[in-house]
Design a protein around this ligand. Structure first.
Ligand code: SF4
Ligand code: SF4
Length: 235
């Protein structure tokens, strides 16, 4: 498969890359580049070179997962490029080919699919209060833990309609709307993409010595959620 040709089928790639002159303005403005070992200018340069080997390395790298998709680069590029959109196309191709399992940050796609993706399909929300389990989110501190333990009362006090019928924040989404959300994912290829992420992740999990359990490779999910090789940040 010609990777560059595949990228050109993605409208985000076509929109995002016109002609990069390697000026580095995108990197200077990029908040991710401030913290991570990450340089959107280099990414634009690699894809523009059409070098298949380097594009494949990019698809298997940690690098493409550092972008926060804030789109600051879109407003600043003097040539009208958007590295953030180039990266969306690269991520999509990496998921499609299973290359995402080759990097630590890429493997986290399974956790995102299982939590955020499945929440959208089953509840209509990206993140649910019941997902903010204190052991998994120590950064929330004791206040976060207290909110988690008292969520019904807390959300009622701030005027939300947690899991209730009718209007209000955190309300239960009617089945009719849920059916529509599912159809959108089905027609746009989201469900197929979810299946691919599961498929390639299972191959990787087996390859890494994890065994399938009743929780569908929960040990692997826990591993990818918590592993940090410490090499992501700028030193
Ligand atoms: S700002 Fe635009 S032209 Fe400059 S390096 Fe980034 S993508 Fe290339
Ligand atoms: S969209 Fe990505 S590459 Fe662009 S500025 Fe934001 S984090 Fe950086």
């Amino acid at each position: 498969m010609e990777l560059y040709q595949e990228l050109t089928k993605d409208v985000r790639f076509v929109e995002g890359l016109k002609s990069c002159m390697n000026c580095g303005v995108c990197t200077a403005i990029c908040p991710a580049a401030e913290f991570y070992d990450y340089d959107p200018r280099i990414i634009a340069g690699i894809v523009q070179s059409k070098d298949e080997k380097r594009i494949e390395e990019l698809l298997k790298s940690e690098t493409i997962w550092y972008c926060g998709e804030c789109m600051s680069c879109k407003t600043r590029c003097p040539r009208g490029n958007t590295p953030g959109m180039i990266i969306m196309a690269l991520r999509s191709l990496s998921q499609e080919l299973g290359y995402f399992t080759e990097s630590e940050k890429g493997r986290q796609q399974l956790a995102i699919k299982r939590v955020v993706g499945e929440n959208i399909i089953s509840k209509g929300y990206c993140v649910l209060p019941e997902n903010l389990i204190p052991e998994m989110h120590p950064e929330q501190g004791p206040v976060g833990e207290w909110i988690y333990d008292n969520k019904e009362e807390v959300y009622e006090r701030v005027g939300a309609n947690y899991n209730g019928d009718g209007e209000g924040a955190l309300r239960k989404i009617p089945q009719e709307s849920m059916d529509e959300i599912y159809r959108i994912f089905e027609i746009t290829g989201g469900i197929d993409r979810f299946e691919k992420i599961e498929y390639f992740s299972k191959l990787k999990a087996k390859n890494m010595g994890f065994t399938e359990n009743e929780d569908n490779y929960a040990d692997y999910v826990s591993h990818i959620f918590t592993t940090n090789n410490g090499k992501h940040n700028r030193q």
